[in-house]
Design a protein around this ligand. Structure first.
Ligand SMILES: *Cc1c(COP(=O)(O)O)cnc(C)c1O
Length: 415
């Protein structure tokens, strides 16, 4: 039995509790959607002022050199690299996760073209759809008889891996269920069959410890606007293991990826490092803000954050069972820590309306088809009392059937 007093006690003992003070969250809001759009670091405003007024307004074009705009994608990539077990200069911040998937997929397929019988790309049916759409688009473009094999359960992967597998594209943490893959084990299975692997880290970067080199991964991509708190639509990260950095030219061969961009050559020569994954001029204002979010992570470490995240999600699961039993909620997130990310998803036939009723009460989670109430648990700015209060609100919404009110039934554009 967990009590409110117990939650207060845990908060008092929590060594990470002070990190919350670095975020600007509205009064009265319990924010359970940091896995979709991270909260605003207080420093973001100062950073924006500096970039817009000083670097752009005053220093104008000098800032490409003076403020380090030209090197920003790699400098930030190296900072984020510290959170994911990257070596120096293996990571860049650029473009969107969708576009970065296209680039690393092209590289992986390019490398595998030395094995003409490897024509299968494996992904999960339950992938975040953009990954599947980008794979489809890429296959149609190259038109070389590749086929996309979708798997229905994460555990099914080994039986689909064979000598025809070229590339495996997986989400480290599933956006809907919160299932966490064992990265090292899966890499080993894929490599044993000669396949290359691309990890989508959107729901795991900043949420769980990641060791891309230690686990012997090949490629990774991921968002900075979710757990990393980079701001709406902030550019994504892309990581390529050193062994593949110069193995293939990714096809979006824009001038930012050229070996000598200012030589203004007629033909393309790719940079001999991870810069070749840059395409055109970067969104400097938005990219600059990524640093404010990442710097907060560098004040602690992913192991400590993971510990707190697991405790918070344990407490959330326990409280859902203790307080909301008998109201038709079904947990779809794995209970084993080895396979749990940092959000908790429960199904309910009226999931959409329940989420709307919670938002009206200041408890912001989100909804994903089918019937899934998704509650993001960000250890940087959530407390045990927040979890307690969120569950109390949910209980009241369920007990009083508040969700049945007409204003909670209409679907908005973004759910
Ligand atoms: C959020 C998310 C994306 C988003 O991709 P964008 O190109 O930034 O829109 C991709 N993959 C996964 C797994 C996600 O959770």
């Amino acid at each position: 039995m967990i009590t409110f007093e117990q939650c207060q006690q845990w908060d008092a003992e929590d060594e990470l509790a002070n990190l919350k003070s670095q975020f600007d969250l509205p009064q009265g809001v319990i924010y359970l959607d940091g896995n979709s759009l991270g909260a605003k670091p207080i420093k973001a405003m100062d950073c924006a002022q500096q970039v817009i007024n000083q670097q752009w307004g005053t220093d104008l074009i000098n800032s490409w050199n003076k403020a380090g705009w030209w090197d920003l994608p790699v400098r930030l990539g190296n900072k984020i690299g510290q959170l994911v077990g990257a070596r120096e200069n293996e990571t860049v911040v650029t473009d969107t996760t969708s576009m970065n998937l296209f680039k690393v997929l092209a590289t992986a397929i390019g490398i595998q073209q030395q094995h003409p019988t490897r024509k299968t790309i494996i992904a999960e049916r339950d992938s975040f759809p953009t990954d599947l759409y980008m794979i489809e688009g890429f296959m149609a473009l190259i038109n070389q008889g590749y086929k996309l094999q979708l798997i229905d359960q994460p555990e099914d992967l080994p039986q689909y891996l064979d000598e025809q597998t070229a590339v495996v594209v997986l989400s480290h943490v599933n956006y809907r269920t919160g299932y966490l893959h064992d990265m090292a084990a899966v890499n080993q299975q894929a490599h044993a069959q000669g396949a290359l692997i691309i990890w989508d880290l959107c729901h795991s970067i900043g949420a769980v410890p990641i060791d891309l080199n230690g686990s012997n991964s090949d490629f990774a991509i991921g968002c900075t606007y979710k757990y990393l708190n980079g701001g709406p639509g902030s550019p994504a990260m892309l990581w390529v293991h050193s062994r593949y950095q110069t193995a293939f030219n990714q096809p979006l061969s824009g001038w930012w990826g050229h070996a000598k961009p200012f030589a203004m050559d007629v033909s393309y020569t790719p940079a001999d490092n991870v810069r070749r994954y840059l395409c055109g001029t970067q969104p400097i204002v938005s990219m600059s803000l990524v640093e404010c979010g990442v710097d907060i992570f560098l004040q602690t470490d992913m192991q400590a954050l993971r510990q707190k995240s697991l405790r918070l999600t344990d407490v959330l699961i326990q409280l859902l069972e203790q307080e909301c039993a008998g109201y038709d909620l079904t947990l779809i997130t794995p209970r084993e820590h080895l396979h749990r990310g940092s959000h908790i998803s429960v199904r309910h036939p009226h999931g959409y309306a329940i989420v709307q009723a919670l938002i009206a009460r200041g408890v912001i989670g989100d909804y994903r088809e089918p019937e899934v109430i998704r509650l993001g648990v960000t250890p940087l700015y959530l407390s045990f009392c927040d979890i307690w209060q969120a569950v109390q609100h949910l209980k009241q919404v369920l007990v009083s059937q508040e969700w049945a009110q007409p204003q909670f039934q209409t679907r908005r554009q973004v759910t």
